[in-house]
Design a protein around this ligand. Sequence first.
Ligand code: CP
Length: 313
Amino acid sequence: MTAETQHRWTHKHLLGLEQLSADDIRFVLDTADSFKEVSTRSIKKVPALRGRVVVNAFFEDSTRTRTSFTLAAQRLSADILDFSGKGSSVSKGETLIDTARNIEAMGVDIIVIRHSAAGAALQLAKTMKCSVVNAGDGAHEHPTQGLLDLYTMRERFGRIEGLKVAIVGDIANSRVARSNLFALTKLGAEVILVGPPTLLPKSFEQLGARVVHNFDEIVGEVDVINMLRVQFERIKSSQFPSVREFTRFFGLTWDRFQRCKKDVFVMHPGPMNRGIEISSDIADGPQSGILQQVTNGLAIRMAVLFLVGQVLV
Ligand code: CP
C-alpha cells in the first residue's frame, strides 16, 4: 500500500506549510504524481471537481501562480472565476472580508487568495464557509510554491531527506523561504539560509535553519541552491547598500557556480532579476530546474485543489 492510500487528508484550507505534518506534505507530493500523469494524456482533464466553483482572488500581481491555479481548476473540470483587486470595488473602500464574502455569496467552493498582508488567508478562513488556499500572503507563506519546490527536488534526487539546501538572498521578505524552510526541515533536509544580516535576521535559526552571511562559505557543499528574487518593492533602502554589492556577495554568478558541486541543482521561484541574483547562463543552463518548477506547479495545484475539495461537504 502506498503512502497515498494510507494517509487521510483532513485540511479544508491550505494556509501554510507550518501547520502540515510530514505525512501531509508527502501525501500532497504523491497526489501530484498522479496529476502530473494527467498532463501527459491527449485529453488533459479529469472530472474530480466537476460542479465546483473555484475563484482566483489576486490582490497582488502574479504570472505563474495565478495561471497555474486557473489551469489546474480547469483540468479538474471546476468552474473558475478570475478576480483581480485592481479594477474592483476595493478601490471604493470595500474591505477584503466584505469583498470575499460577496464573492462567496455567488456559490463559491474554493477561494485562492494572494494578498500583500501576512495573515490575509487566515482572516478569510476564519470568516468564510468555503475552502481557502493561500497563494502568497505578504512575507508570511507561499505554501504551493514550497510544495512545488519540494516536488521538483524529490523528482531530481529521488528523496528530500539528507539533502543540503541553500536558500539565498532576500530571506526576511520571502514567503517562499519560510514555506520551503518549514517543509524541508519536516522532511529531513538540512536548510542553510544565506544573505546579508539586514535581510537575514539570526532569529531564523529558531526555525531550524543554519544562518550564514557568507555565500562562499557554503557554496561548495550544497546539493540545491534556491535563489530568491530581490523584492525591491518590499525592501527599505537601509537594508540594501547597492545592487552591485548584492550581486558580488550574494548573486549566483558564473564564477561562484564553478565552485559548486558538479551536480548542484539550481532553483528560483520566479520572477527572476537576471544578472542580479542569478546569471542568465546558469538560469538557462542544464543544471537549472526553473521551468521544471513551473511545470510541477500545475500538478501541485491540481493536487491541492483536489484535496481541499474532498474535505468540503
Ligand atoms: N513564484 C511566484 O509566486 O510567481 P508569481 O508571482 O508570478 O505567481
